[in-house]
Design a protein around this ligand. Structure first.
Ligand code: ADP
Ligand code: MG
Length: 728
């Protein structure tokens, strides 16, 4: 058991020596270590500033002289803050972030030393890419990949390093990271949504996608976490009997935050502020030692970067406070797991949130257009959306007995359900003037702008409309948001593109007015997307049956779910929207299937080790104590012996039963692993790991957990749930 002492935090991770963080106002700290618009205005020449802004807003290429100027100013700004190194910061498909630091320092031919950082270093780097997953795109012998500057996400200072957000691509151009396809998807949705907006407002030039994530996590005392090989190696407990007190009293949710956790949060938030991550809320979650942190939403690409960065910072700050952060979706059996809600919306450069009901019939028609198209997109691509959040760890939530279910559905609330019902009754073809007035005034015109406060909160829905945004709640807490955001924006882009084509056709060929055409197409969409709308309890068994009747997929495991990522339709979709080539789509699939296999393989090895080398020997030791005890009783009681030692004898037998249960299942698991490892086809292998290896975890755990209840507490080698969950 570790002591709960911790040291006052003196030094900040994001280097900025002079400030006294704890006492400064949050707003004064915000973005101090970011080369953001404000900093650029201050440090760049007008040409350089305009160049970067054009790249951000209009995707214009930055030429070399401008890049040189930006690099030079960036370097001076960074040096003035005590920075010594720079790195291209990227998000390879390992799920973590990657960086390789280079010093600004260089020597000249005359032997003098200077601080150097030019446009070429800013714009492109060539890290050795051979050790990052590539799904076969890039053979190791030609380990060529490069990182390229993403000017839409500002450079930041982390520690004493200037970090430059970059994309990571193979020399042949294929994406090797999360950011590249995301940027392409954001471009696709921008183009498609801007086109549709033009029906309503000719002034719209750009539509951006916004993301506000909510990150859930557990804090566990570091020493206690380190005492458990399963937490250390897999991020979760593979065994452990539930604590007498768990979350049944519901006394943690929104309760007062424990002091040590609060001190961690304060430092974390300070770091976030300095890095321009606009964290806003923090609170206890449902489970003991579970918390949530959420920022104000941002443009999606930036928000994805910020979430990746946050996960990294969290680990470091936690360590300083003698905590380990568990980001895993299900660190403890029987206790709520963690997710990462992705709040998503689209907004125009004219300042309109396209998913917020407006004040006029026209703006409401625009809202309904985007609202209904999103619903249709989810309906058409529900299986792909499920695949976008599939991972070995998220399987513990989706498809297990925990929210949200593996079935994708959309919740829209009572009021909007009514609106859609009325829209469904719209007359086909041209509308009479009366019908139009009726529609505009009484249906579209009446969408209340107080919707935001009135939206029912159905917590069991994986994809819920919450007043002015959709909330994708099934995303895993460990996930890189880039993956689900790429899929969501791509399917909506495709849907909007199709919508535009259909509306234009009605206008051009059938002579319908623009609003009539929009109404007509929306009506058909509402009719054909009904199966995805579900307002009931998503955890209920009856929903599974109902969903099956509706033809919705219900893929409970990652190997099954991932298959939708390489269907003909998916490949064609990503190609059409210029988000991923067929090669890229297939490579990603391969990487994810392989990651799944590795994950289960590691868990299986760790579980086998703990069960055999920790639990069984401990049980034997205790059994020997009992045997000695029984021998002693025999000496003392002689004839009455069987009577007085009945309980002990039972215990000895019971322990033997569990030891046998463990050994038999571990042996079987190892055999299954061997069989799986011999398989050449990765799909077969993943299937085997899922249904033959992983399926034995529960039985092994069952026997171990039973032994935990029988064996002397003093002998038990593993820190128990009660300490892990209630040490504060
Ligand atoms: P909760 O779901 O916990 O009740 P809220 O509904 O208050 O929380 O908001 C959750 C998140 O939604 C916040 O991170 C917020 O920034 C984000 N959010 C609000 N509006 C939008 C929007 N238009 N686009 C994307 N995210 C948004
Ligand atoms: Mg939420």
């Amino acid at each position: 058991m570790s002591t709960l002492r911790f040291h006052a935090v003196k030094e900040s991770l994001t280097h900025s020596p002079k400030e006294v963080w704890e006492n400064d106002r949050r707003s004064n700290l915000f973005g101090k270590n970011v080369f953001n618009e404000q900093a650029m205005r201050q440090h760049l020449t007008k040409d350089a500033f305009d160049g970067v802004m054009n790249a951000i807003w209009h995707g214009k290429k930055i030429d070399r002289t401008i890049a040189d100027q930006v690099a030079s100013s960036m370097k001076d700004w960074a040096l003035s803050k005590g920075v010594t190194h720079y790195t291209h910061w990227f998000q390879p498909l390992t799920g973590a972030t990657a960086e390789k630091h280079d010093a600004f320092f260089e020597t000249t031919s005359s032997g003098a030393s200077i601080e150097k950082f030019g446009g070429s270093q800013l714009v492109q780097q060539e890290p050795d890419a051979s050790s990052f997953p590539s799904g076969g795109i890039r053979n190791t012998f030609e380990a060529r990949g490069y990182t390229a500057w993403d000017p839409t996400s500002p450079a930041f200072i982390y520690g004493t390093t200037l970090c430059i957000p970059t994309i990571f691509v193979a020399y042949t151009g294929e994406a090797l990271d999360y950011k590249t396809p995301l940027l392409r998807a954001l471009q696709a949705v921008d183009a498609a949504a801007t086109d549709v907006c033009k029906y309503f407002d000719k002034n719209v030039r750009k539509v951006s996608s916004s993301l506000g994530w909510e990150q859930e996590y557990f804090l566990v005392d570091k020493a206690l976490a380190l005492s458990r090989p399963d937490i250390t190696l897999t991020g979760r407990t593979l065994l452990g009997h539930s604590s007498a007190k768990g979350q049944q009293l519901d006394d943690h949710y929104f309760g007062s935050i424990p002091t040590r956790a609060l001190s961690f949060m304060r430092e974390l938030e300070t770091e976030c502020m300095l890095l321009g991550i606009p964290v806003k809320t923090r609170h206890n979650e449902v489970a003991p030692n579970q918390f949530e942190l959420a920022p104000i939403f941002e443009e999606a690409n930036l928000a994805v970067d910020h979430n990746s960065l946050l996960m990294d910072i969290m680990g470091r700050v936690a360590s300083k406070h003698n905590f380990k952060v568990l980001m895993h979706e299900k660190p403890f059996a029987g206790i709520n797991g963690s997710g990462k809600h992705n709040n998503w919306s689209l907004s125009t450069d004219t300042g309109v949130n396209l998913l917020a009901p407006g004040k006029t019939p026209m703006s409401n028609l625009q809202f309904l257009t985007f609202f209904v198209n999103t619903i249709k997109a989810v309906n058409e691509h529900e299986a792909l959306l499920r695949a976008a959040i599939a991972s070995a760890s998220n399987d513990h939530r989706l498809g297990a007995n925990e929210a949200p279910p593996a079935i994708m559905s959309v919740f829209i609330g009572e009021q909007l359900t009514k609106v859609l019902e009325e829209l469904e009754g719209v007359t086909k073809g041209k509308l009479s003037p009366e019908e139009k007035t009726e529609l505009k005034l009484n249906v579209v015109g009446k969408i209340p702008d107080v919707l935001l406060d009135n939206t029912d909160r159905n917590r069991t829905s994986p994809f819920a409309f919450t007043g002015n945004k959709f909330e994708f709640r099934a995303v895993g807490s460990t996930a890189n948001c880039g993956n689900p955001m790429t899929v969501l924006n791509t399917i909506v882009a495709k849907q909007l593109k199709d919508f535009k084509a259909e509306v234009d056709k009605l206008i051009d060929n059938k002579g319908l007015k623009k609003d009539e055409a929009v109404f007509n197409v929306l009506r058909e969409y509402i009719k054909s997307s009904k199966r995805i709308l579900f307002e009931g309890n998503g955890y209920d068994q009856s929903w599974e049956k109902e969903a099956q009747k509706r033809g919705l997929s219900n893929n409970k495991t990652t190997p099954e779910a991932l298959k939708s990522k390489i269907t003909k339709e998916t490949i064609a979709l990503f190609e059409e929207m210029n988000v991923m080539s067929a090669i890229e789509t297939k490579a990603r699939y391969e990487i994810e299937v392989e990651a799944y296999i590795m994950h289960i393989q590691i868990e299986s090895r760790v579980l086998g080790d703990i069960a055999r080398n920790h639990v069984v020997p401990t049980a034997v030791k205790y059994q020997n104590v009992l045997i000695e005890n029984v021998k002693g009783l025999k000496e003392i009681f002689d004839k009455k012996f069987t009577e007085v030692s009945k309980e002990q004898l039972n215990l000895i037998e019971e322990i033997s039963g569990h030891i046998e249960g463990i050994n038999a299942n571990v042996t079987k698991m190892i055999e299954e692993r061997k069989k799986a490892n011999a398989m050449q086809d990765i799909e077969d292998k993943a299937h085997s790991y899922c249904f033959n290896v992983r399926s034995l975890f529960d039985q092994i755990r069952y026997h171990c957990d039973k032994l935990e209840l029988l064996v002397d507490d003093e002998l038990w080698p593993l820190t128990k749930y009660r300490e892990l969950l209630f040490t504060r």
